[in-house]
Design a binder for this molecule. Structure first.
Ligand code: UDP
Length: 332
């Protein structure tokens, strides 16, 4: 079986990709320091405990695994934290990617799928964001991811590493089989916070900004189901292993949903009231971020299957309820 080395495979998007890899007939080998990932999310393939900042440990793990390709998720991804600790973000995100490219080159591994983000675009004016929309990250998180993309693209010239950088919009939802889902500590993401309120784990949710220039005044995002993201990663890997060229692609549904749209869906699907309070805008939050996903459709024949907001919230709710209902809670 073809081995795929997956850094950050115990995290939210990483673990769903690991499951999809396994279902597609690959053998995933997870490399994770479990700083934000969960041990109980590693259910497919094997795991090596390690940190991407440790160049030697990473090189040893790749040498031992002898993968045909790498998927790189291991990174820090909180905008607020990145503003407070920019050097930490450079260290983990850029330093980790540099170490990974060195380790791949040393073992002649020539294919890389990289977990990137719409945060590299900053606050674009465009209604739908295409891959060639101007990139002006508004925070150190987006800056480090853009720098990683540049490093990765450059490695094609000096090291022959072909890559697909996948720029996610708002990853959301959970595995439809309810095996894994979204669980961050601390939680800052809209949907799990809403579901916490539905379960009574918090009293209410704050709506960050009701005066945006959008139809209902709240910020609009492109929520894309994590299982659809996982399928895109497998398609990107297949593309590279067939000799396909280096790509950078947006992954989104192409549809925008406002904060109030998401709350409405959750109220309907959970039959819970979900109390809200109006709060100021969160610094750095753009009014609207919606993908033009045409290029991914064209290049990878990728289609979203579960990325309508009702399916996203329903899948997230099924898993969230299972994980956090008191009698069966298994928090780390
Ligand atoms: N949001 C909110 N209340 C919360 C968390 C998020 O109103 O408790 C809003 C946030 O301002 C943004 C949207 O929900 O407009 C999605 O935020 P999230 O943190 O999930 O993802 P981001 O867009 O920051 O990657």
């Amino acid at each position: 079986m073809k081995k795929i080395f997956v850094t950050g495979g115990a995290g939210y998007v990483g673990s769903h990709c690991v499951k999809a890899l396994s279902q597609a007939g690959y053998e995933p080998v997870v490399f994770d320091n479990f700083s934000t990932g969960h041990r109980d999310f590693v259910r497919w393939g094997t795991a090596i405990v390690g940190d991407v900042r440790n160049a030697e440990a990473l090189a040893r793990a790749i040498e031992k695994t002898q993968p045909v390709a790498v998927m790189h998720f291991a990174a820090l991804s909180l905008v607020g934290q990145s503003v407070e600790q920019p050097d930490l973000y450079k260290d983990v995100n850029c330093g980790g990617t540099r170490n990974l490219l060195d380790a791949m080159a040393a073992q002649n591994v020539k294919a890389l799928v990289f977990s990137s983000t719409a945060a590299i675009y900053g606050e674009p004016n465009a209604d739908l964001i295409s891959e060639d929309t101007e990139k002006k990250p508004g925070n150190p998180y987006g800056e480090t991811k853009l720098a990683c993309e540049e490093m990765i693209r450059a490695s094609e010239f000096d090291r022959n590493i072909r890559s697909v950088c996948l720029r996610y919009f708002n990853a959301a939802g959970a595995d439809p089989d309810e095996e894994i889902g979204e669980h961050h500590l601390p939680e800052t993401h809209l949907i799990p916070i809403i579901l916490d309120a539905a379960l009574g784990r918090r009293e209410n949710i704050q709506i960050f900004g009701n005066d945006y220039p959008t139809a209902d005044g709240t910020a609009v995002r492109d929520y894309v189901h994590v299982s659809d993201l996982a399928n895109a990663h497998v398609a990107a890997l297949d593309h590279l292993l067939k000799g396909g060229d280096t790509l950078a692609l947006n992954l989104g549904s192409g549809q925008g949903a406002s904060v109030l749209d998401v709350i409405d869906a959750a109220r309907r699907l959970t039959s819970s009231e979900i109390q809200t309070t109006d709060s100021p805008r969160r610094p750095g939050d753009p009014p609207r971020l919606v993908a033009n996903p045409e290029a991914a459709r064209e290049k990878l024949s990728w289609q979203t299957m579960r990325s309508d907001i009702d399916t996203i919230v329903a899948d997230a709710w099924a898993w969230h309820r299972k994980r956090f209902t008191p009698e069966i809670t298994s928090e780390e």
